[in-house]
Design a protein around this ligand. Structure first.
Ligand code: ADP
Ligand code: MG
Length: 322
């Protein structure tokens, strides 16, 4: 590699831009990082990989890749009701490209700053473009929101709007000459619902983030909890941008099975409706009631008239049939 662009120069570039955090005893530069856990907190750990051509289109702006690689991880912590604290970053790059790394860090560190997350270490290697991030969050013992806590009678809620990222991906794959920029931002720069997740810790019974499609992700909650779910696909929250582009079954399909929205889907007792509304207002994120947990198994989707609604697939599965 040419002078100034080797592995250690890239790491130095990253290190120079990382913000401090009081509980980071030792950050980037040694064989491993040391962080100080606050007393009486459990550590919540999540990891997600983004591969070029699979999780983001080839040629995507590096800042968007940086943002999204952290956002999808923070979304997992949000779905556990954990407070993000630290993260690590593994970068596989086809070539040493300081400009690409700078752009990547613009997006990555902007989101890290929003949530006060410190980058404490990682790995930098040569290979196909791939980004792997691990995040570490904190939660009071027993307070994490798991997938397995839903009980029959619970309301099912979703945050924000669904189907936007899938609609953007559809425009992109169709080579749309005038793609909707707001939808595209929903795909490239998802907003992890961290504050909402934290405030649901004492309210909800179970939660998951919608990464693979609502029907698929809600299906995981049902399976984990040994319960079933009924949802009204016409009650799913839709953005004005999505409504202006898609109607009827096309919209239902995007909203019920489209992935990449990174909204929260959670089950909460009926008596907690006012508390859920307060949590939503307090975190500045709208929530919509879309169904209920029932005895049984699987997700029963219906339209507004009560007719069963079937999708040709429930969500995205990397190793599933296409
Ligand atoms: P080792 O060979 O001991 O694993 P490395 O040379 O891989 O050490 O890394 C040196 C230091 O730089 C370590 O503290 C490591 O965590 C950090 N580091 C390497 N790559 C990254 C990266 N992409 N982002 C953040 N920190 C990194
Ligand atoms: Mg290493």
């Amino acid at each position: 590699m040419t002078a100034g662009t080797g592995e250690f120069d890239l790491i130095a570039r990253i290190r120079a831009r990382v913000a401090a955090r009081d509980d980071v005893v030792l950050g980037i530069g040694d064989d491993a990082a040391i962080v100080q856990l606050p007393p009486g907190r459990q550590l919540v750990v999540a990891m997600d990989t983004l591969n070029a051509g699979v999780h983001f289109p080839d040629g995507s702006a590096p800042a968007g890749i940086g943002w999204k690689s952290l956002a999808v991880n923070l979304s997992d912590l949000a779905a556990m009701a954990a407070t993000p604290a630290w993260c690590t970053l593994s970068l596989s790059l086809p070539a040493s490209d300081p400009a690409w790394v700078d752009g990547f860090l613009d997006g990555f560190l902007a989101l890290a700053a929003e949530h006060g997350v410190a980058l404490v270490g990682g790995d930098t290697t040569r290979g196909p473009l791939s980004v792997c991030v691990a995040v570490h969050g904190l939660v009071a013992p027993g307070r994490a929101l798991r997938r397995d806590g839903a009980v029959a009678g619970d309301d099912i809620w979703v945050s924000g709007t669904l189907g936007d990222a899938a609609a953007a991906l559809m425009q992109w794959s169709a080579g749309d000459a005038a793609p909707d920029p707001w939808l595209r931002a929903r795909l490239d720069r998802p907003t992890p619902r961290v504050a909402l997740g934290e405030s649901l810790a004492a309210i909800a019974h179970a939660a998951i983030d919608v990464s693979d499609g609502l029907l698929a992700d809600l299906g995981h909650v049902c399976q984990a909890g040994g319960v079933g779910a009924e949802i009204d696909v016409d009650a799913l929250p839709a953005s004005p941008a999505l409504r202006s582009l898609h109607a009827g079954d096309a919209r239902r399909r995007l909203q019920a099975t489209g992935g990449d929205d990174y909204e929260l889907c959670f089950a909460a007792p009926m008596q907690a409706r006012a508390a859920v509304a307060r949590a939503a207002a307090g975190s500045g994120c709208a929530v919509t009631r879309v169904g209920r947990i029932v005895a049984g198994q699987g997700v029963d989707a219906r339209d507004a008239t009560g007719m069963p609604w079937r999708a040709d697939r429930s969500g995205f599965d990397h190793f599933g049939a296409r």
